[in-house]
Design a protein around this ligand. Structure first.
Ligand code: NAI
Length: 529
């Protein structure tokens, strides 16, 4: 049996940070160090304001990173119990009165790699923007860089685990790089794709549907897989840990994401038919979802899927299929992406036609920029495409408010829309607001593009005449509804004394609106860690 005392996780992002924290929480005798080249990100992980927002994440990180003394038992109980609701009691020492810190964050990549028994590679694998396969193939630069560091610094026998989502056969590429730098030295390579969803990452990690571990069919391969399985077995039932082949493991992640996205595109294609016929897509989704063979999840019609994974993973799958000489397979999955684009396009055009086919002189408020609630991740938001189409109509202003996405992140994403005119000047057509009221004030339409709980059942124009929902088929399917507001010539909306939205905000707990992004001048972040 291979003993694991020190795990190094390369990449302190949405996957690396939460995964390492949960693994450390449940394996108090294992030292888990997350390394990243991005010093700002590492400092944030060390400080009070974490760089990513996930319900329950802060308590898990604090417990594993800072340890606990007897008096903090309550907090620890909360972290473990809240996130593991219904799961077995973790063997994380939480029944003991104190624990030592075993989760660390560092920029010392080489040194940490050299001390590790197992290395999880959780670096970014975006779509290639240039060159061969641009727009579809996976950009493997970060994986290559991380593997090169492992090849140079790791001790012989160190287990390397692919956690990043990678094309099928990446294991071979990794072995080739290792062999090129350290000929003749054995480094077992495993694939352990991550299935967490942003917004529910801690819940998903604490109680996963399955943990897939892919290995080569060799004795070192099986031993390495058993060592990783033992780490997971601290909190995941053995029956949910699935050992499979290396290539199957790599491909199953792409297949899972493609099939989930395909359900979204399927229901969205039906929503387009509903609009023409008068059928109600939410009634259809409900009755179709009640079929036990189909199930109810991922059948919500709306703007379509966003986020950093689905689009890029399907693009990677289509590229893989094409590279394997399977154009029909590539075309099949490509259609899932086309339907997604069609839906955004259709929605934006519906907004424009609802406003008499012109946006000149008009202000459009956008509530929610994140691709889903409970995350501050601004990457690949459907809102970007909607805004792009709206801007073609020269509106007076597109005012955006999101409770978690930082203005800097939204601005970075919107930069791709800038042509010769800067969009985000103080007097430019795109404004990022610090409250929903500011965004909605004096606007001609409010588009709810993220299904944040704070927007549900709220009346952003409380005090004005009742909100009229302009796009019926999108209505039952937040995100993506249009709320028609009084025209500017009518009485402008004024927030009431105790507006409902503010009441909701003040009542909010961690699940509704987690801590807002850390202010740039936060002294705690600069001084702690
Ligand atoms: P991310 O972009 O948030 O984080 C990646 C981090 O890796 C960055 O902080 C970057 O600085 C760091 N990095 C890159 N190369 C490095 C190197 N050589 N040494 C040290 N640090 C390095 O990415 P995210 O979202 O965490 O995704 C990571 C992988 O997990 C991707 O393959 C993604 O497809 C996959 N995934 C993502 C999920 C998500 O919801 N974000 C869910 C499941 C899988």
């Amino acid at each position: 049996n291979v003993s694991i005392w020190h795990v190094c996780c390369i990449g302190a992002g949405y996957v690396g940070g939460p995964t390492a924290a949960v693994m450390a929480l449940h394996n108090p005798n294992v030292r888990v160090t997350v390394v990243d080249r991005d010093e700002t990100r590492i400092n944030a992980w060390k400080g009070r304001h974490l760089p990513i927002h996930e319900p329950g994440l802060a308590s898990v990180v604090r417990l594993a990173r800072d340890g606990s003394k007897e008096r903090r038992q309550g907090a620890r109980g909360q972290a473990a119990a809240g996130a593991t609701k219904g799961s077995q009691t973790p063997t994380d020492g939480s029944s003991h009165s104190s624990r030592q810190p075993n989760l660390f964050f560092s920029t010392a990549c080489a040194e940490t790699i050299a001390n590790a028994d197992m290395i999880l590679v959780s670096v970014n694998t975006p779509t290639k923007l240039r060159g061969v396969g641009a727009g579809r193939a996976t950009d493997m630069t970060a994986v290559e860089g991380a593997v090169r560091d492992v090849a140079i610094h790791a001790r012989p026998g160190t287990i390397l685990v692919e956690k990043s989502t990678v094309p099928c056969k990446t294991g071979q590429l990794i072995k080739d790089i290792l062999e090129a730098y350290r000929p003749g030295i054995s480094f077992p390579v495993l694939s352990n794709p991550e299935f967490l969803s942003e917004g529910t990452a801690i819940r998903d990690l604490m109680k996963p549907d399955r943990v897939v571990i892919g290995c080569e069919s060799t004795i070192p391969g099986h031993r390495a897989a058993a060592a990783l399985a033992n780490l997971y077995a601290s909190w995941v039932p053995r029956s949910k840990i699935a050992p499979i082949g290396l290539w199957s493991s790599e491909l199953c992640k792409l297949a899972a994401n493609a099939m989930l996205a395909q359900r979204v595109s399927s229901i969205n294609s039906i929503s387009a038919i509903c609009e023409r016929t008068g059928a109600d897509v939410s009634e259809i989704a409900k009755s179709v979802g009640m079929d036990a063979r189909i199930g109810s999840q991922f059948l919500k019609a709306g703007l379509g899927f966003g986020g950093s994974c689905f689009r890029k993973d399907i693009a990677s799958l289509t590229y893989l299929a094409e590279s394997l000489g399977l154009p029909e397979v590539a075309a099949y999955w490509q259609q899932v992406l086309e339907m997604n684009n069609f839906q955004r396009d259709r929605f934006a055009r519906h907004v424009i036609s609802s406003l008499n086919n012109t946006l000149r002189g008009k202000k459009i408020a956008i509530l929610g920029y994140a691709f889903k609630k409970n995350t501050g991740d601004a990457r690949e938001s459907p809102a970007l495409d909607v805004i792009r189409i709206l801007l073609e109509e020269n509106p007076r202003c597109v005012a955006i408010y999101d409770p978690l996405c930082s203005a800097a992140d939204i601005q970075r994403e919107l930069r791709v829309l800038e042509d010769d005119r800067p969009l985000m000047r103080p007097d430019g057509p795109v404004q990022i607001m610090s409250s929903a009221y500011e965004a909605c004030a004096d606007s001609n339409a409010v588009l709810v593009l993220t299904d944040w709980d704070m927007f549900k059942n709220s009346r952003p124009v409380a005090g004005s005449k009742p909100v009229e929902v302009a796009v019926d088929q999108f209505d039952g399917a937040a995100p993506a509804s249009i709320l028609r507001l009084p025209l500017r010539s009518e009485k402008p909306p004024t927030p009431p004394e105790t507006p409902k939205m503010q009441t909701l905000e003040s009542e909010q707990d961690d699940r509704l609106v987690p801590e807002p992004p850390c202010p740039a001048d936060c002294t705690e972040c600069q001084t702690s860690g």
